[in-house]
Design a binder for this molecule. Sequence first.
Ligand code: CO
Length: 317
Amino acid sequence: MRCFQSGIKKKEVFIYLVKSDVMEEEIKQKYIKAGKVAAEARNYGVSLAKPGIKLLDLAEAIERKIEELGGRPAFPVNLSLNSHAAHYTPHKNDPITLKEEDYLKIDVGVHIDGYIGDTAVTVRPAGKDELIKCSEKMLEEALKLFVPGEKLSHIGEVIENVTKEFGFNPIRNLTGHGLERFSVHSPPGVMNIKNNSPHTLKEGEVFGVEPFCTNGSGRVKDTSTTLIYGFIQNKPIRSPEGRKILEIIKGFNGLPFAKRWIERYISPIKTSMILKQLSDLGALHPYPVLKEVSDGNVAQTEHSVIVSEKPIVTTKI
Ligand code: CO
């Protein structure tokens, strides 16, 4: 009897192992698909980013493209200009247009069944300059190191050294991040400076690697503008609009969402009021627009990578 049971157990273990290998390959393929869609949507955005285009039209076009290609936005398209480093996404009546000398960061996130591709590029209609080249080189050098056994502390040092060679500063308080199912910012962070992270990379870990460089002093601070929010927990709210907003938000699976997405259903004034109320209640996490403290211009380049002997960059096409 015992013997028989243990025989079955062995069989179960065997079946389980085979199954889990299949799942892993399935998950990897979802990361790869999400990365490819994000890359195509990003490149489409670059092709549209000409002087005079409204940021609002650009954001909506990129988000439409993501859906056309079979993905879902993992967060609102971030279109941050110049000293705004991140977290700007247009609102419903946003009048801002792209200008010749602007540094426009197009940061795109896509998920397939929760598995995320996150990628960004800096566009400057007047031409790519040293600041943009610096952020590209920071990323290029970092990506080579996403192999098992490498340390995040070393990667930060390599990124910082590239910035020094160019004579710019890395943004010290912005980091890349782990990617997990339905989670855009999982630990550990990938710092853009020399650091003491004890983390050693393991096969199959997934990261969004996003060095930022600036001709300013190298720090960002919150502004008073918030256009992106994340869901934390349900809270009772009385107004029908408030309840409707919570209903809409549930559809985003805990991923960050744009004020603009809510403004499709509820007036901008009401939306602002309720999002603030829900943030104060602790139901939402606000992601304010981040600005370089000394008003320096900021360039960002980002890819998503799966740690492997030969790193798999999912957002390169
Ligand atoms: Co990212």
